[in-house]
Write a protein of this length. Structure first.
Length: 342
């Protein structure tokens, strides 16, 4: 398969110039590179071999980043940073990749298959065996939204962006497009990051991906073209931003509606239609996420307790809070706090 040698040489057989090391046995060096081309995330070796032998190649295509990457050991990767605002399209070139589509549901990608996960909108985990080799695309969520608006006339809401699925495969048009992309980089890598060639290729990749993604989402019962799945009114997004920023202060729905210039009734109706939840449910999720972020950021030996952090986010009944937290994250808050000691 052509992808096996992607990003290694140009059309004349000379090595493609890279602005970074292409091989490393140091976790910190690999993390520095992966943070830049993907986003910050957590990686842990699986099994006895813990010394990586990573190969790292990358090329820009407009605002997208194409990478050829292998850790050289079995790893588990999760906790991708949503703040980076990126989606990942991961194609298996060699070995096995196991993707966590849902909390207890996994899907393995065969050689030539790709898996899409919008890490700006959904949690994601991937387990890779020692022989893995991946050809990945990092795609800013903002680029996908712009392409959706330009080509389909609307931007889907988060129910679509949260859908994770497999696309492509041997003989598919998606795999053919990836192989064409690799050839273009080999023939004119210097024109891919900027200029019309890169812009056209970026557009082809994004539009084709959105069509494939929409087809898989529809099979899962999510109609890409339904008005229910289109982007919500501005005041809904403003309310989400307000509640995210003020979640620890426990704003009332009257205060939220007033802050965005609408009524509680209109806000509740719009959330139900465009988000499939109430504004109160959204606020509760932001509080839980806030607690989790603080727990993960706290040194367990600092003396800061779970109750201190819970009180900070408005949880007064610690027993009730622990139950809610465990139901949402499948672990107790005390277990989250102790991670830094492992």
């Amino acid at each position: 398969m052509l992808l096996e040698h992607a990003l290694l040489t140009d059309v004349s057989g000379k090595p493609l110039r890279q602005q970074h090391k292409i091989f490393s046995t140091e976790w910190d060096e690999i993390s520095d590179w992966s943070d830049r081309v993907y986003m910050p995330y957590r990686v842990a070796p699986i099994g006895h071999a813990i010394k990586p032998r990573a190969t790292m190649h990358s090329s820009r295509i407009g605002e997208l980043t194409l990478t050829r990457f292998a850790y050289g050991v079995a790893v588990s990767v999760d906790e991708f940073s949503p703040e980076a605002g990126n989606a990942l399209l991961l194609t298996t070139v060699r070995g096995n990749a196991r993707h966590w589509a849902q909390r207890s549901v996994t899907e393995d990608t065969a050689v030539g298959q790709s898996f899409i996960a919008n890490c700006s909108r959904v949690d994601y985990r991937i387990d890779l065996d020692p022989d893995h080799l991946q050809l990945n695309l990092t795609i800013p969520h903002a680029v996908l939204e712009r392409m959706a608006q330009q080509w389909f006339g609307f931007v889907p809401d988060d129910r679509f962006w949260r859908h994770k699925c497999i696309i492509g495969g041997i003989g598919s048009s998606w795999l053919s497009l990836l192989e064409y992309t690799v050839r273009c980089v080999a023939e004119a890598s210097e024109h891919m990051a900027e200029g019309r060639m890169g812009a056209h290729l970026e557009q082809s990749l994004c539009v084709h991906l959105l069509r494939e993604w929409a087809g898989r989402a529809e099979q899962a019962g999510l109609d890409f073209n339904s008005p229910m799945n289109r982007i919500a009114p501005r005041y809904v997004r403003a309310a989400e931003e307000f509640m995210s920023a003020n979640a620890a202060n426990l704003p009332t729905m009257t205060e939220v509606a007033s802050a965005v210039g609408t009524s509680v009734r209109a806000l509740s109706g719009a959330f139900s239609r465009f988000r499939g939840m109430t504004p109160g449910a959204f606020l509760r999720e932001q509080r839980l996420q806030g607690v989790r972020r603080d727990l993960l950021a706290t040194d367990p030996e600092s003396g800061t307790t779970v109750s201190t952090i819970a009180f900070r986010w408005g949880y007064l009944n610690l027993g009730e809070f622990a139950g809610i937290y465990r139901k949402r994250f499948s672990e107790l808050p005390s277990q989250t706090l102790q991670r830094r000691l492992r």
